[in-house]
Design a protein around this ligand. Sequence first.
Ligand SMILES: Cc1cc2nc3c(=O)[nH]c(=O)nc-3n(C[C@H](O)[C@H](O)[C@H](O)COP(=O)(O)O)c2cc1C
Length: 392
Amino acid sequence: MNVALGITGSIAAYKSLALIRLLRKNGAEVKVVLTKSALHFVTAMSCQTLSANEVYIDQFVLTKGIKHLTLSSWADVLVVAPATANIIGKAACGIGDDLLSTTLLSFQKPILFVPAMDSGMWVNKIVQENVSRLCKAGFHILEPSCGALASGKIGKGRLPSIAIIHKKILALCQGYKFLNNMRFLVSGGRTEEDIDPVRVITNRSSGRMARELLYAITCRGGIAKGVIGEVTVDFPEDMDIIYTRTSDEMLKGLKAHMNWCDCLIMAAAVGDYRPKTKKTKKIHGSELSLRLEKNQDLLKKLTSMKLSPLVVGFSLEDSLHLARGKTKLISKKCDMIILNSSSAVASETTHAKMLKNNGEVVSFGKITKWQLANTILDECIKALSKRRKKRK
Ligand SMILES: Cc1cc2nc3c(=O)[nH]c(=O)nc-3n(C[C@H](O)[C@H](O)[C@H](O)COP(=O)(O)O)c2cc1C
Protein backbone atom coordinates (compact mmCIF):
# COMPACT_ATOMS: atom_id res chain seq x y z
CA MET A 1 0.00 0.00 0.00
CA ASN A 2 1.48 3.36 -1.06
CA VAL A 3 0.33 6.24 1.11
CA ALA A 4 0.87 9.91 0.27
CA LEU A 5 0.57 11.69 3.61
CA GLY A 6 -0.11 15.42 3.58
CA ILE A 7 0.76 17.19 6.82
CA THR A 8 -0.56 20.72 7.36
CA GLY A 9 0.00 23.50 9.89
CA SER A 10 -1.87 22.18 12.91
CA ILE A 11 -0.58 21.77 16.43
CA ALA A 12 -1.49 18.07 16.02
CA ALA A 13 1.12 17.67 13.25
CA TYR A 14 3.57 15.96 15.62
CA LYS A 15 1.15 13.02 15.88
CA SER A 16 1.61 12.35 12.16
CA LEU A 17 5.16 11.22 12.89
CA ALA A 18 3.69 8.32 14.87
CA LEU A 19 1.29 7.65 12.00
CA ILE A 20 4.21 7.35 9.56
CA ARG A 21 5.81 4.77 11.88
CA LEU A 22 2.60 2.79 12.30
CA LEU A 23 1.95 2.70 8.56
CA ARG A 24 5.48 1.53 7.83
CA LYS A 25 5.40 -1.04 10.64
CA ASN A 26 2.36 -2.54 8.91
CA GLY A 27 4.09 -2.73 5.55
CA ALA A 28 2.99 0.50 3.85
CA GLU A 29 5.29 2.77 1.88
CA VAL A 30 4.86 6.42 2.85
CA LYS A 31 5.74 9.67 1.06
CA VAL A 32 5.14 12.89 2.97
CA VAL A 33 3.97 16.21 1.54
CA LEU A 34 4.42 19.14 3.91
CA THR A 35 2.82 22.55 3.63
CA LYS A 36 4.95 25.59 4.47
CA SER A 37 2.94 26.03 7.70
CA ALA A 38 3.50 22.38 8.69
CA LEU A 39 7.23 23.13 8.82
CA HIS A 40 6.57 25.27 11.91
CA PHE A 41 5.34 22.13 13.70
CA VAL A 42 7.43 19.20 12.34
CA THR A 43 10.71 19.07 10.47
CA ALA A 44 11.34 17.70 7.01
CA MET A 45 14.24 15.76 8.54
CA SER A 46 11.92 13.84 10.93
CA CYS A 47 9.49 13.03 8.12
CA GLN A 48 12.24 11.94 5.76
CA THR A 49 13.94 9.76 8.37
CA LEU A 50 10.72 8.09 9.53
CA SER A 51 9.30 7.57 6.04
CA ALA A 52 12.69 6.59 4.56
CA ASN A 53 11.62 8.57 1.50
CA GLU A 54 12.15 11.98 -0.02
CA VAL A 55 9.89 14.65 1.51
CA TYR A 56 7.83 16.86 -0.80
CA ILE A 57 7.42 20.54 0.04
CA ASP A 58 7.99 22.80 -2.94
CA GLN A 59 6.11 22.64 -6.21
CA PHE A 60 8.55 24.66 -8.22
CA VAL A 61 11.83 22.78 -7.99
CA LEU A 62 13.79 21.56 -10.94
CA THR A 63 13.45 17.79 -10.90
CA LYS A 64 12.74 15.24 -13.60
CA GLY A 65 8.99 14.70 -13.13
CA ILE A 66 6.14 17.01 -12.23
CA LYS A 67 5.91 16.43 -8.47
CA HIS A 68 2.16 16.48 -7.90
CA LEU A 69 1.56 14.20 -10.88
CA THR A 70 4.23 11.65 -10.03
CA LEU A 71 2.97 11.53 -6.44
CA SER A 72 -0.61 11.12 -7.68
CA SER A 73 0.24 8.17 -9.87
CA TRP A 74 2.43 6.54 -7.19
CA ALA A 75 0.03 6.62 -4.22
CA ASP A 76 -2.99 4.33 -3.64
CA VAL A 77 -4.48 6.78 -1.18
CA LEU A 78 -3.88 10.42 -0.24
CA VAL A 79 -4.33 11.20 3.45
CA VAL A 80 -4.25 14.71 4.88
CA ALA A 81 -3.65 14.31 8.61
CA PRO A 82 -3.93 16.66 10.32
CA ALA A 83 -6.03 18.72 7.92
CA THR A 84 -6.29 22.40 8.80
CA ALA A 85 -9.42 24.48 8.22
CA ASN A 86 -7.30 26.20 5.57
CA ILE A 87 -6.54 23.07 3.46
CA ILE A 88 -10.18 21.94 3.79
CA GLY A 89 -11.30 25.36 2.52
CA LYS A 90 -8.83 25.30 -0.35
CA ALA A 91 -9.81 21.78 -1.39
CA ALA A 92 -13.52 22.61 -1.18
CA CYS A 93 -12.96 25.56 -3.52
CA GLY A 94 -10.64 23.81 -5.93
CA ILE A 95 -7.65 25.99 -5.10
CA GLY A 96 -4.21 24.70 -5.96
CA ASP A 97 -1.62 27.18 -4.73
CA ASP A 98 0.98 24.84 -3.25
CA LEU A 99 2.17 21.27 -3.73
CA LEU A 100 -0.38 19.62 -1.39
CA SER A 101 -3.44 21.48 -2.67
CA THR A 102 -2.37 20.88 -6.28
CA THR A 103 -1.86 17.16 -5.55
CA LEU A 104 -5.37 17.09 -4.04
CA LEU A 105 -6.71 18.48 -7.33
CA SER A 106 -4.98 15.92 -9.50
CA PHE A 107 -5.44 12.83 -7.29
CA GLN A 108 -8.03 10.37 -8.61
CA LYS A 109 -7.95 7.62 -5.99
CA PRO A 110 -9.42 7.78 -2.43
CA ILE A 111 -8.64 10.97 -0.49
CA LEU A 112 -9.02 11.09 3.28
CA PHE A 113 -9.07 14.29 5.33
CA VAL A 114 -8.50 14.02 9.07
CA PRO A 115 -9.34 17.48 10.40
CA ALA A 116 -7.82 18.79 13.62
CA MET A 117 -8.49 22.26 14.93
CA ASP A 118 -9.86 24.20 17.85
CA SER A 119 -13.53 23.44 18.53
CA GLY A 120 -14.47 27.03 17.67
CA MET A 121 -12.95 26.61 14.21
CA TRP A 122 -14.58 23.19 13.73
CA VAL A 123 -18.11 24.48 14.39
CA ASN A 124 -17.56 27.54 12.18
CA LYS A 125 -20.34 27.51 9.58
CA ILE A 126 -18.01 28.03 6.64
CA VAL A 127 -15.73 25.19 7.78
CA GLN A 128 -18.77 22.92 8.17
CA GLU A 129 -20.03 23.90 4.72
CA ASN A 130 -16.62 23.14 3.27
CA VAL A 131 -16.58 19.73 4.98
CA SER A 132 -20.06 18.90 3.61
CA ARG A 133 -18.96 20.01 0.17
CA LEU A 134 -15.97 17.66 0.31
CA CYS A 135 -18.20 14.77 1.49
CA LYS A 136 -20.65 15.39 -1.35
CA ALA A 137 -17.77 15.41 -3.81
CA GLY A 138 -16.76 11.91 -2.62
CA PHE A 139 -13.84 12.81 -0.36
CA HIS A 140 -13.63 10.88 2.91
CA ILE A 141 -13.61 12.67 6.24
CA LEU A 142 -12.65 11.13 9.57
CA GLU A 143 -14.28 13.51 12.03
CA PRO A 144 -12.27 14.93 14.91
CA SER A 145 -12.63 13.47 18.39
CA CYS A 146 -13.84 15.21 21.53
CA GLY A 147 -11.49 15.89 24.39
CA ALA A 148 -8.84 18.26 25.69
CA LEU A 149 -7.63 20.70 23.02
CA ALA A 150 -4.33 22.59 22.77
CA SER A 151 -6.13 25.77 23.88
CA GLY A 152 -7.01 24.12 27.20
CA LYS A 153 -10.68 23.88 26.23
CA ILE A 154 -12.58 20.59 26.07
CA GLY A 155 -14.44 20.11 22.80
CA LYS A 156 -14.57 18.53 19.38
CA GLY A 157 -11.46 19.14 17.31
CA ARG A 158 -8.79 16.66 18.42
CA LEU A 159 -7.05 14.51 15.85
CA PRO A 160 -8.54 10.98 16.17
CA SER A 161 -6.16 8.40 17.59
CA ILE A 162 -3.41 7.26 15.25
CA ALA A 163 -4.67 3.66 15.44
CA ILE A 164 -8.11 4.73 14.18
CA ILE A 165 -6.58 6.78 11.33
CA HIS A 166 -4.47 3.77 10.36
CA LYS A 167 -7.49 1.43 10.29
CA LYS A 168 -9.49 4.01 8.33
CA ILE A 169 -6.75 4.08 5.68
CA LEU A 170 -6.79 0.26 5.55
CA ALA A 171 -10.58 0.17 5.22
CA LEU A 172 -10.45 2.69 2.36
CA CYS A 173 -7.74 0.82 0.48
CA GLN A 174 -9.50 -2.51 1.00
CA GLY A 175 -12.73 -1.01 -0.36
CA TYR A 176 -15.05 -2.10 2.45
CA LYS A 177 -18.72 -1.06 2.23
CA PHE A 178 -20.02 1.95 4.16
CA LEU A 179 -22.11 1.16 7.27
CA ASN A 180 -24.36 4.20 6.90
CA ASN A 181 -24.61 5.16 10.59
CA MET A 182 -25.79 1.66 11.65
CA ARG A 183 -25.46 1.29 15.42
CA PHE A 184 -23.45 -1.61 16.80
CA LEU A 185 -23.19 -2.69 20.43
CA VAL A 186 -20.10 -4.87 20.91
CA SER A 187 -19.09 -6.79 23.99
CA GLY A 188 -15.48 -7.88 24.37
CA GLY A 189 -12.66 -8.90 26.65
CA ARG A 190 -13.06 -11.26 29.60
CA THR A 191 -15.17 -11.21 32.71
CA GLU A 192 -13.90 -11.76 36.22
CA GLU A 193 -15.83 -13.46 39.01
CA ASP A 194 -14.72 -12.90 42.58
CA ILE A 195 -13.46 -15.68 44.82
CA ASP A 196 -12.73 -13.29 47.69
CA PRO A 197 -11.98 -9.53 47.82
CA VAL A 198 -8.58 -9.99 46.14
CA ARG A 199 -8.84 -13.13 43.98
CA VAL A 200 -10.78 -13.77 40.82
CA ILE A 201 -11.55 -16.52 38.34
CA THR A 202 -11.16 -15.42 34.75
CA ASN A 203 -9.81 -16.47 31.30
CA ARG A 204 -7.13 -15.34 28.84
CA SER A 205 -9.24 -13.41 26.33
CA SER A 206 -7.38 -10.23 25.31
CA GLY A 207 -10.17 -8.08 23.84
CA ARG A 208 -8.53 -8.01 20.37
CA MET A 209 -11.58 -9.31 18.50
CA ALA A 210 -13.84 -6.65 20.00
CA ARG A 211 -11.24 -3.96 19.34
CA GLU A 212 -10.97 -4.94 15.67
CA LEU A 213 -14.78 -4.91 15.44
CA LEU A 214 -14.96 -1.45 17.03
CA TYR A 215 -12.21 -0.15 14.71
CA ALA A 216 -13.91 -1.60 11.65
CA ILE A 217 -17.34 -0.19 12.58
CA THR A 218 -15.92 3.28 13.28
CA CYS A 219 -13.80 3.34 10.11
CA ARG A 220 -16.66 2.17 7.90
CA GLY A 221 -19.09 4.85 8.99
CA GLY A 222 -21.03 2.94 11.63
CA ILE A 223 -21.64 4.01 15.23
CA ALA A 224 -19.87 1.78 17.71
CA LYS A 225 -20.35 1.33 21.42
CA GLY A 226 -18.32 -1.20 23.37
CA VAL A 227 -19.15 -2.90 26.65
CA ILE A 228 -15.78 -4.26 27.54
CA GLY A 229 -14.54 -6.43 30.39
CA GLU A 230 -10.93 -6.87 31.44
CA VAL A 231 -8.53 -6.67 28.48
CA THR A 232 -4.86 -7.09 27.67
CA VAL A 233 -4.75 -4.73 24.67
CA ASP A 234 -5.19 -0.94 24.70
CA PHE A 235 -8.36 0.62 23.37
CA PRO A 236 -8.09 4.16 21.92
CA GLU A 237 -9.49 6.74 24.31
CA ASP A 238 -11.75 8.19 21.60
CA MET A 239 -13.76 4.95 21.35
CA ASP A 240 -17.14 4.97 23.09
CA ILE A 241 -16.60 2.28 25.72
CA ILE A 242 -18.23 1.27 28.96
CA TYR A 243 -15.69 -0.67 31.00
CA THR A 244 -17.01 -3.50 33.18
CA ARG A 245 -15.49 -6.32 35.19
CA THR A 246 -17.93 -9.03 36.28
CA SER A 247 -20.60 -10.72 34.14
CA ASP A 248 -23.25 -8.85 36.19
CA GLU A 249 -21.69 -5.50 35.29
CA MET A 250 -21.36 -6.51 31.63
CA LEU A 251 -24.99 -7.62 31.48
CA LYS A 252 -26.12 -4.32 33.02
CA GLY A 253 -24.05 -2.30 30.51
CA LEU A 254 -25.40 -4.28 27.55
CA LYS A 255 -29.04 -4.24 28.73
CA ALA A 256 -28.93 -0.46 29.01
CA HIS A 257 -28.11 -0.13 25.30
CA MET A 258 -30.13 -2.92 23.70
CA ASN A 259 -32.79 -0.39 22.73
CA TRP A 260 -30.21 1.81 21.07
CA CYS A 261 -28.48 -0.68 18.75
CA ASP A 262 -29.30 -2.13 15.34
CA CYS A 263 -26.92 -5.00 15.95
CA LEU A 264 -25.47 -6.71 19.00
CA ILE A 265 -22.14 -8.50 18.59
CA MET A 266 -21.20 -10.61 21.61
CA ALA A 267 -17.45 -11.15 21.29
CA ALA A 268 -16.78 -11.15 25.05
CA ALA A 269 -15.41 -14.25 26.73
CA VAL A 270 -17.91 -14.41 29.58
CA GLY A 271 -16.72 -16.92 32.19
CA ASP A 272 -18.65 -20.19 31.99
CA TYR A 273 -18.24 -20.81 35.71
CA ARG A 274 -18.16 -18.71 38.84
CA PRO A 275 -17.52 -19.50 42.52
CA LYS A 276 -20.71 -20.70 44.20
CA THR A 277 -20.04 -18.38 47.13
CA LYS A 278 -17.91 -15.26 47.37
CA LYS A 279 -16.00 -14.84 50.62
CA THR A 280 -16.15 -11.34 52.05
CA LYS A 281 -12.67 -11.62 53.60
CA LYS A 282 -9.40 -12.81 52.05
CA ILE A 283 -9.10 -16.60 52.24
CA HIS A 284 -6.06 -17.96 54.13
CA GLY A 285 -4.76 -21.52 54.48
CA SER A 286 -2.41 -23.95 52.74
CA GLU A 287 -5.09 -25.54 50.55
CA LEU A 288 -8.22 -24.26 48.93
CA SER A 289 -11.10 -26.11 47.29
CA LEU A 290 -13.41 -24.04 45.15
CA ARG A 291 -16.95 -25.00 44.33
CA LEU A 292 -17.93 -23.53 40.97
CA GLU A 293 -21.36 -23.15 39.47
CA LYS A 294 -22.46 -22.41 35.92
CA ASN A 295 -22.39 -18.69 35.25
CA GLN A 296 -25.39 -16.83 33.82
CA ASP A 297 -25.79 -16.93 30.03
CA LEU A 298 -25.59 -13.28 28.98
CA LEU A 299 -26.50 -13.90 25.36
CA LYS A 300 -29.63 -15.88 26.28
CA LYS A 301 -30.68 -13.20 28.76
CA LEU A 302 -30.23 -10.46 26.16
CA THR A 303 -32.02 -12.25 23.32
CA SER A 304 -34.98 -12.96 25.60
CA MET A 305 -35.49 -9.22 26.14
CA LYS A 306 -38.00 -8.89 23.30
CA LEU A 307 -35.97 -6.21 21.60
CA SER A 308 -34.95 -7.16 18.15
CA PRO A 309 -31.48 -6.07 17.14
CA LEU A 310 -29.60 -8.39 14.84
CA VAL A 311 -27.56 -10.69 17.09
CA VAL A 312 -24.13 -12.14 16.37
CA GLY A 313 -22.77 -14.58 18.95
CA PHE A 314 -19.29 -16.00 19.37
CA SER A 315 -18.46 -19.46 20.61
CA LEU A 316 -15.07 -20.96 21.37
CA GLU A 317 -15.16 -24.54 20.05
CA ASP A 318 -11.83 -26.31 19.81
CA SER A 319 -12.75 -28.50 16.88
CA LEU A 320 -15.12 -25.85 15.45
CA HIS A 321 -17.86 -28.37 16.27
CA LEU A 322 -20.73 -27.57 13.88
CA ALA A 323 -23.49 -29.47 15.67
CA ARG A 324 -22.82 -27.74 18.99
CA GLY A 325 -22.61 -24.41 17.17
CA LYS A 326 -26.00 -25.00 15.53
CA THR A 327 -27.58 -25.87 18.88
CA LYS A 328 -26.19 -22.65 20.35
CA LEU A 329 -27.40 -20.61 17.37
CA ILE A 330 -30.96 -21.83 17.96
CA SER A 331 -31.05 -21.95 21.77
CA LYS A 332 -29.52 -18.48 22.10
CA LYS A 333 -31.72 -17.04 19.34
CA CYS A 334 -28.82 -15.62 17.32
CA ASP A 335 -28.89 -14.54 13.68
CA MET A 336 -25.31 -15.65 13.25
CA ILE A 337 -22.74 -17.42 15.35
CA ILE A 338 -18.98 -17.36 14.90
CA LEU A 339 -17.18 -20.49 15.98
CA ASN A 340 -13.52 -19.97 16.70
CA SER A 341 -10.85 -22.20 18.14
CA SER A 342 -8.82 -21.69 21.31
CA SER A 343 -5.87 -20.67 19.10
CA ALA A 344 -7.78 -17.36 18.77
CA VAL A 345 -7.29 -16.49 22.44
CA ALA A 346 -4.90 -13.53 22.78
CA SER A 347 -3.87 -13.86 19.12
CA GLU A 348 -4.04 -11.52 16.08
CA THR A 349 -5.42 -14.38 13.97
CA THR A 350 -8.04 -17.09 14.28
CA HIS A 351 -9.59 -20.07 12.52
CA ALA A 352 -13.31 -19.58 12.28
CA LYS A 353 -16.64 -20.76 10.91
CA MET A 354 -19.70 -18.61 10.48
CA LEU A 355 -23.09 -20.26 10.97
CA LYS A 356 -26.13 -18.33 9.81
CA ASN A 357 -29.72 -18.91 10.88
CA ASN A 358 -30.64 -19.84 7.29
CA GLY A 359 -28.42 -22.91 7.67
CA GLU A 360 -25.53 -21.53 5.64
CA VAL A 361 -22.00 -22.27 6.93
CA VAL A 362 -18.93 -20.30 5.84
CA SER A 363 -15.50 -21.67 6.78
CA PHE A 364 -12.42 -19.50 6.98
CA GLY A 365 -8.89 -20.81 7.11
CA LYS A 366 -6.44 -18.77 9.11
CA ILE A 367 -7.83 -15.25 9.12
CA THR A 368 -6.81 -12.03 10.88
CA LYS A 369 -9.29 -10.64 13.39
CA TRP A 370 -9.46 -7.46 11.29
CA GLN A 371 -10.55 -9.51 8.24
CA LEU A 372 -13.00 -11.52 10.34
CA ALA A 373 -14.46 -8.32 11.84
CA ASN A 374 -15.02 -6.88 8.37
CA THR A 375 -16.54 -10.11 7.05
CA ILE A 376 -18.98 -10.14 9.99
CA LEU A 377 -19.91 -6.51 9.26
CA ASP A 378 -20.50 -7.34 5.57
CA GLU A 379 -22.92 -10.06 6.69
CA CYS A 380 -24.61 -7.65 9.11
CA ILE A 381 -25.18 -5.15 6.27
CA LYS A 382 -26.87 -7.89 4.20
CA ALA A 383 -28.97 -9.17 7.10
CA LEU A 384 -30.04 -5.70 8.26
CA SER A 385 -31.08 -4.59 4.79
CA LYS A 386 -33.10 -7.83 4.37
CA ARG A 387 -34.86 -7.07 7.67
CA ARG A 388 -35.64 -3.52 6.58
CA LYS A 389 -37.10 -4.74 3.27
CA LYS A 390 -39.28 -7.28 5.14
CA ARG A 391 -40.61 -4.55 7.46
CA LYS A 392 -41.60 -2.25 4.54
C1 LIG B 1 0.26 27.46 17.23
C2 LIG B 1 -0.70 27.32 16.08
C3 LIG B 1 -1.48 26.19 16.03
C4 LIG B 1 -2.39 26.02 14.98
N1 LIG B 1 -3.16 24.89 14.98
C5 LIG B 1 -4.10 24.78 14.01
C6 LIG B 1 -4.93 23.64 14.00
O1 LIG B 1 -4.84 22.73 14.83
N2 LIG B 1 -5.85 23.54 13.01
C7 LIG B 1 -6.01 24.50 12.05
O2 LIG B 1 -6.89 24.37 11.22
N3 LIG B 1 -5.20 25.57 12.03
C8 LIG B 1 -4.24 25.73 12.98
N4 LIG B 1 -3.44 26.83 12.96
C9 LIG B 1 -3.56 27.83 11.87
C10 LIG B 1 -2.85 27.33 10.60
O3 LIG B 1 -1.50 27.06 10.88
C11 LIG B 1 -2.98 28.38 9.49
O4 LIG B 1 -4.34 28.49 9.12
C12 LIG B 1 -2.14 28.03 8.30
O5 LIG B 1 -2.32 29.03 7.31
C13 LIG B 1 -2.46 26.67 7.72
O6 LIG B 1 -1.71 26.46 6.56
P1 LIG B 1 -1.76 25.07 5.78
O7 LIG B 1 -3.16 24.66 5.70
O8 LIG B 1 -1.20 25.41 4.42
O9 LIG B 1 -0.85 24.13 6.48
C14 LIG B 1 -2.50 27.02 13.98
C15 LIG B 1 -1.67 28.13 14.03
C16 LIG B 1 -0.79 28.28 15.08
C17 LIG B 1 0.07 29.51 15.10
